[in-house]
Design a protein around this ligand. Structure first.
Ligand code: PCA
Length: 214
Protein backbone atom coordinates (compact mmCIF):
# COMPACT_ATOMS: atom_id res chain seq x y z
CA UNK A 1 0.00 0.00 0.00
CA UNK A 2 1.41 3.38 -1.05
CA UNK A 3 0.63 6.11 1.47
CA UNK A 4 0.98 9.80 0.70
CA UNK A 5 1.06 12.11 3.72
CA UNK A 6 0.78 15.85 3.34
CA UNK A 7 1.55 18.59 5.90
CA UNK A 8 1.41 22.38 5.68
CA UNK A 9 3.94 25.16 6.02
CA UNK A 10 3.47 27.61 8.94
CA UNK A 11 0.76 30.28 8.64
CA UNK A 12 -1.03 32.93 10.68
CA UNK A 13 2.13 34.24 12.34
CA UNK A 14 3.34 30.86 13.64
CA UNK A 15 6.90 29.80 12.93
CA UNK A 16 6.14 26.10 12.81
CA UNK A 17 3.30 23.86 11.67
CA UNK A 18 3.05 20.55 13.56
CA UNK A 19 1.53 18.88 10.50
CA UNK A 20 4.76 19.31 8.51
CA UNK A 21 6.93 18.29 11.46
CA UNK A 22 4.87 15.13 12.05
CA UNK A 23 4.72 13.90 8.45
CA UNK A 24 8.44 14.55 7.91
CA UNK A 25 9.23 12.62 11.09
CA UNK A 26 7.07 9.66 10.06
CA UNK A 27 8.75 9.31 6.72
CA UNK A 28 12.18 9.12 8.38
CA UNK A 29 11.17 5.85 10.05
CA UNK A 30 10.71 2.53 8.24
CA UNK A 31 7.07 1.91 7.25
CA UNK A 32 5.09 -1.12 8.51
CA UNK A 33 5.22 -4.28 6.39
CA UNK A 34 3.53 -3.87 3.05
CA UNK A 35 3.57 -0.07 3.21
CA UNK A 36 5.58 2.53 1.30
CA UNK A 37 5.19 6.13 2.41
CA UNK A 38 6.17 9.63 1.38
CA UNK A 39 5.54 13.13 2.70
CA UNK A 40 4.70 16.26 0.74
CA UNK A 41 4.81 19.67 2.43
CA UNK A 42 2.30 22.12 0.96
CA UNK A 43 2.12 25.92 1.00
CA UNK A 44 -0.83 27.46 2.86
CA UNK A 45 -2.22 28.78 -0.41
CA UNK A 46 -5.65 27.93 -1.75
CA UNK A 47 -4.61 27.53 -5.37
CA UNK A 48 -1.10 26.10 -5.17
CA UNK A 49 -1.66 23.51 -2.40
CA UNK A 50 -4.29 21.55 -4.31
CA UNK A 51 -2.40 21.76 -7.61
CA UNK A 52 0.74 20.31 -5.99
CA UNK A 53 -1.24 17.55 -4.27
CA UNK A 54 -3.11 16.65 -7.44
CA UNK A 55 0.05 16.36 -9.51
CA UNK A 56 1.74 14.21 -6.84
CA UNK A 57 -1.30 11.87 -6.75
CA UNK A 58 -1.28 11.73 -10.53
CA UNK A 59 2.40 10.80 -10.77
CA UNK A 60 2.83 8.54 -7.67
CA UNK A 61 -0.62 6.87 -7.75
CA UNK A 62 -0.97 6.29 -3.97
CA UNK A 63 -3.56 3.93 -2.45
CA UNK A 64 -4.12 6.15 0.57
CA UNK A 65 -3.81 9.93 0.96
CA UNK A 66 -3.71 11.38 4.48
CA UNK A 67 -3.67 15.18 4.52
CA UNK A 68 -2.78 16.76 7.85
CA UNK A 69 -3.19 20.35 9.09
CA UNK A 70 -3.01 22.35 12.29
CA UNK A 71 -6.24 23.28 14.06
CA UNK A 72 -5.00 25.52 16.86
CA UNK A 73 -7.38 25.43 19.83
CA UNK A 74 -8.64 21.90 19.24
CA UNK A 75 -7.65 19.51 22.04
CA UNK A 76 -7.83 16.23 20.09
CA UNK A 77 -6.93 14.61 16.81
CA UNK A 78 -9.87 15.63 14.59
CA UNK A 79 -10.83 13.05 11.99
CA UNK A 80 -12.61 15.21 9.43
CA UNK A 81 -15.83 13.74 8.02
CA UNK A 82 -16.77 16.41 5.50
CA UNK A 83 -15.35 19.08 3.20
CA UNK A 84 -17.68 21.81 1.87
CA UNK A 85 -17.56 23.61 -1.48
CA UNK A 86 -16.89 27.05 0.01
CA UNK A 87 -13.95 29.44 0.16
CA UNK A 88 -14.35 31.77 3.15
CA UNK A 89 -11.01 32.97 4.49
CA UNK A 90 -10.87 34.77 7.86
CA UNK A 91 -7.24 35.69 7.11
CA UNK A 92 -5.41 35.90 3.76
CA UNK A 93 -3.54 32.78 2.70
CA UNK A 94 0.27 32.86 2.48
CA UNK A 95 0.04 34.31 -1.06
CA UNK A 96 -2.15 37.17 0.22
CA UNK A 97 -5.43 35.88 -1.30
CA UNK A 98 -8.54 36.15 0.87
CA UNK A 99 -11.53 34.67 -0.97
CA UNK A 100 -15.03 35.10 0.42
CA UNK A 101 -18.24 33.29 -0.46
CA UNK A 102 -16.88 31.54 -3.55
CA UNK A 103 -17.22 27.89 -4.48
CA UNK A 104 -14.02 25.83 -4.64
CA UNK A 105 -15.19 23.96 -7.73
CA UNK A 106 -17.85 25.91 -9.68
CA UNK A 107 -19.79 22.85 -10.80
CA UNK A 108 -18.89 20.60 -7.87
CA UNK A 109 -21.26 19.10 -5.28
CA UNK A 110 -21.91 21.01 -2.04
CA UNK A 111 -19.77 18.58 -0.05
CA UNK A 112 -17.66 15.44 -0.08
CA UNK A 113 -17.26 12.89 2.71
CA UNK A 114 -13.94 11.40 3.78
CA UNK A 115 -13.41 7.89 2.41
CA UNK A 116 -11.37 6.78 5.46
CA UNK A 117 -12.84 4.30 7.99
CA UNK A 118 -13.26 7.08 10.57
CA UNK A 119 -15.13 5.14 13.26
CA UNK A 120 -12.61 2.30 13.18
CA UNK A 121 -9.80 4.85 13.41
CA UNK A 122 -11.42 6.69 16.31
CA UNK A 123 -11.86 3.39 18.18
CA UNK A 124 -8.27 2.35 17.53
CA UNK A 125 -6.83 5.70 18.66
CA UNK A 126 -8.93 5.66 21.80
CA UNK A 127 -7.70 2.12 22.59
CA UNK A 128 -4.15 3.43 22.23
CA UNK A 129 -4.90 6.25 24.69
CA UNK A 130 -4.79 8.99 22.07
CA UNK A 131 -7.57 11.60 22.25
CA UNK A 132 -9.45 11.63 18.94
CA UNK A 133 -12.88 12.52 17.66
CA UNK A 134 -14.79 12.69 14.40
CA UNK A 135 -15.24 16.32 13.38
CA UNK A 136 -18.08 17.55 11.19
CA UNK A 137 -16.37 20.73 10.06
CA UNK A 138 -12.90 21.21 8.64
CA UNK A 139 -13.44 24.99 8.69
CA UNK A 140 -13.62 27.15 5.58
CA UNK A 141 -9.93 27.89 5.07
CA UNK A 142 -7.10 26.18 3.15
CA UNK A 143 -7.48 22.78 4.88
CA UNK A 144 -11.15 22.46 3.93
CA UNK A 145 -10.31 23.51 0.37
CA UNK A 146 -7.51 20.96 0.13
CA UNK A 147 -9.73 18.19 1.49
CA UNK A 148 -12.53 19.11 -0.95
CA UNK A 149 -10.19 19.08 -3.95
CA UNK A 150 -8.54 15.83 -2.81
CA UNK A 151 -11.92 14.10 -2.60
CA UNK A 152 -13.04 15.67 -5.88
CA UNK A 153 -10.01 14.10 -7.56
CA UNK A 154 -10.39 10.73 -5.79
CA UNK A 155 -14.07 10.57 -6.82
CA UNK A 156 -12.91 9.77 -10.33
CA UNK A 157 -10.10 7.38 -9.33
CA UNK A 158 -10.75 3.78 -8.42
CA UNK A 159 -9.16 2.27 -5.33
CA UNK A 160 -7.56 5.29 -3.67
CA UNK A 161 -8.92 6.41 -0.29
CA UNK A 162 -8.25 9.73 1.36
CA UNK A 163 -9.20 12.22 3.99
CA UNK A 164 -8.08 15.04 6.22
CA UNK A 165 -6.92 15.06 9.84
CA UNK A 166 -6.55 18.20 11.94
CA UNK A 167 -4.07 18.15 14.82
CA UNK A 168 -3.60 20.44 17.85
CA UNK A 169 -0.79 22.93 18.51
CA UNK A 170 2.53 21.56 19.77
CA UNK A 171 3.23 22.18 23.47
CA UNK A 172 5.78 24.86 22.45
CA UNK A 173 3.16 26.73 20.38
CA UNK A 174 0.58 26.44 23.17
CA UNK A 175 3.03 27.68 25.81
CA UNK A 176 2.88 31.12 24.17
CA UNK A 177 -0.92 31.35 24.36
CA UNK A 178 -3.29 31.46 27.33
CA UNK A 179 -5.18 28.18 27.92
CA UNK A 180 -4.38 26.63 24.53
CA UNK A 181 -4.53 22.82 24.36
CA UNK A 182 -1.66 20.93 22.74
CA UNK A 183 -0.40 17.49 21.75
CA UNK A 184 3.22 16.29 21.52
CA UNK A 185 4.37 15.64 17.97
CA UNK A 186 5.46 12.12 19.04
CA UNK A 187 1.82 11.36 19.94
CA UNK A 188 0.64 12.71 16.58
CA UNK A 189 3.22 10.51 14.82
CA UNK A 190 2.01 7.47 16.77
CA UNK A 191 -1.60 8.34 15.84
CA UNK A 192 -0.81 8.66 12.14
CA UNK A 193 0.94 5.28 12.10
CA UNK A 194 -2.14 3.75 13.81
CA UNK A 195 -4.32 5.37 11.13
CA UNK A 196 -2.27 3.73 8.37
CA UNK A 197 -2.59 0.34 10.14
CA UNK A 198 -6.33 0.84 10.50
CA UNK A 199 -6.70 1.63 6.80
CA UNK A 200 -4.73 -1.54 5.98
CA UNK A 201 -7.03 -3.56 8.21
CA UNK A 202 -10.44 -2.04 7.41
CA UNK A 203 -11.63 -1.70 3.83
CA UNK A 204 -15.05 -0.63 5.15
CA UNK A 205 -15.86 1.28 8.33
CA UNK A 206 -17.26 -0.33 11.48
CA UNK A 207 -20.77 0.35 12.74
CA UNK A 208 -20.70 2.51 15.88
CA UNK A 209 -22.66 5.41 17.32
CA UNK A 210 -21.35 8.87 16.53
CA UNK A 211 -22.48 12.44 16.00
CA UNK A 212 -22.72 15.54 18.14
CA UNK A 213 -25.59 17.57 19.57
CA UNK A 214 -23.91 20.95 19.07
N1 PCA B 1 -4.34 24.69 9.00
C1 PCA B 1 -5.14 25.62 8.23
C2 PCA B 1 -4.45 25.74 6.91
C3 PCA B 1 -3.09 25.15 7.10
C4 PCA B 1 -3.15 24.44 8.39
O1 PCA B 1 -2.24 23.73 8.88
C5 PCA B 1 -6.62 25.22 8.16
O2 PCA B 1 -7.11 24.57 9.09
O3 PCA B 1 -7.28 25.57 7.19
Amino acid sequence: MKVLFTGFEPFGGENTNPSAVAVEQICLSPPPNGVQWQALILPVEFRRSAALLQSCIHSWQPDLVLCIGQAGGRPQISLEQVAINLLEARIPDNSGWQPSGEPIVETGPAAYFSTLPLKAIRQQLQHQGIPANISYTAGTYVCNALMYQLLHQLASMAGCRGGFIHIPYTPAQAAEKPDAPSMAVATVVQALIEIVRCCQQYSADIAAAGGTLD
